[in-house]
Design a protein around this ligand. Structure first.
Ligand code: FMN
Length: 341
């Protein structure tokens, strides 16, 4: 079994510096447990903070994870949704000590209002940011880990106006942390889809990577099989970032953020006319609802990032974690050989 060690693996008791992204409606308990068992960090996708979903999936993970691996289990939330309703976070933090999430990840909003109750529970805080401007808030909240999310990422992230690419964001934040908060760890997110990406993230100064899209296409994912099939036939040119699917899904996301998914037929129909769609969404929403119910992914959303062009199968999550680790080791070894004797 391949292993790869960084400050992140040592602090979390992992065998590889990979964290499963908390993906709303995809990162359920079975996927998180499979990642934890494979030596990665498994974050259940508490996503929009639905209490029933979170309770079911987190308890499922607890039942599947050996007590010795419980430290590899956590929960992720969309911060601006917690501002409206934090019942799922409060439920998780009030579990008996042995069952509580050891890690809570917050994305998309100000983490500070939730920091003290997370710290009091004993959980470590990870904060996903899309630019340097959000780092002070995350450090004030006591984040143990900053996740630098580039615009390549699947799902929500910063819009093109506000966003950055992983390749420059990660080293810039690595330098910033080295100067101002050297004990705070850094993960790269957005486009880390194979071992080359993982090796690149480490080379750019990250202590590991948060992986979404690649693990979304796995046997244990809760994603619809038809969506996974559509993704595996797509290339990196076939995704786009916009608000089209947020409007169609009636999701009231704050302005700096939008959503990367396959640029399918319904997306193309509206991508140049988002304001018009926003002003008069009823017919398009009806069309979208029918497509979603029918599993028609030429119209329903397929949530993946630019890394989709590097994904050609959907095996067990453990196989993906192992493969990425093995490939990253090989990439790092191969590059070291460039140094010569
Ligand atoms: C299907 C899907 C759902 C996601 N849902 C969430 C979410 O609920 N909360 C969150 O913080 N990030 C979410 N993300 C973004 C991830 O946290 C992460 O930044 C991203 O997956 C990394 O890029 P990658 O997809 O290229 O690996 C989601 C990503 C995907 C692909």
């Amino acid at each position: 079994m391949s292993t790869l060690h960084t400050r992140f693996t040592r602090a979390w008791g992992l065998r590889t510096p990979i964290a499963l992204a908390p993906m709303a409606m995809a990162s359920g308990g079975t996927l998180a447990a499979a990642c934890a068992h494979a030596g990665a960090l498994g974050l259940v996708g508490g996503g929009y903070g639905d209490l029933t979903w979170t309770q079911r999936e987190f308890q499922l993970a607890l039942g599947l994870i050996a007590p010795k691996d419980r430290g590899r289990l956590g929960l992720g939330f969309i911060t601006w949704k917690l501002d409206e309703n934090a019942s799922a976070l409060d439920w998780a933090l009030s579990l008996p000590e042995g069952d509580r999430p050891r890690t809570v990840m917050l994305s998309f909003g100000d983490p500070r209002p939730f920091a003290s109750r997370i710290a009091q529970s004993g959980a470590k805080l990870m904060c996903q940011v899309q630019g340097l401007a959000q780092i002070d808030q995350a450090l004030e909240a006591g984040a143990s880990v900053i996740i630098a999310q580039g615009g390549e990422a699947g799902g929500h992230g910063a819009s093109a106006l506000e966003g950055r690419a992983t390749f420059t964001l990660v080293p810039e934040i690595a330098d910033h942390l080295a100067r101002h908060a050297p004990d705070t760890l850094l993960l790269a997110a957005g486009g880390v889809t194979d071992g080359r990406g993982l090796a690149a993230a480490l080379t750019l100064g990250a202590d590991g990577a948060l992986v979404g899209s690649r693990l979304w296409a796995s046997q244990e994912s809760l994603a619809a099989p038809g969506a996974i099939t559509a993704a595996l036939a797509a290339g990196g040119d076939d995704t786009a970032r916009s608000s089209v699917f947020d409007v169609l899904r009636r999701m009231n996301w704050p302005a700096p953020y939008n959503f990367r998914a396959l640029r399918n037929t319904l997306h193309r129909q509206w991508e140049q006319r988002v304001d018009e769609l926003r002003a008069n969404p009823d017919d398009a929403r009806a069309e979208f609802d029918v497509a979603l119910a029918a599993g028609d992914f030429s119209r329903a959303h397929v949530t993946v990032g630019e890394g989709v062009g590097l994904m050609r199968d959907a095996p067990a999550a453990a196989e993906l974690v192992q493969r990425m680790t093995r490939e990253a080791r090989a990439a790092l070894t191969q590059k070291a050989a460039l140094l010569g004797p």
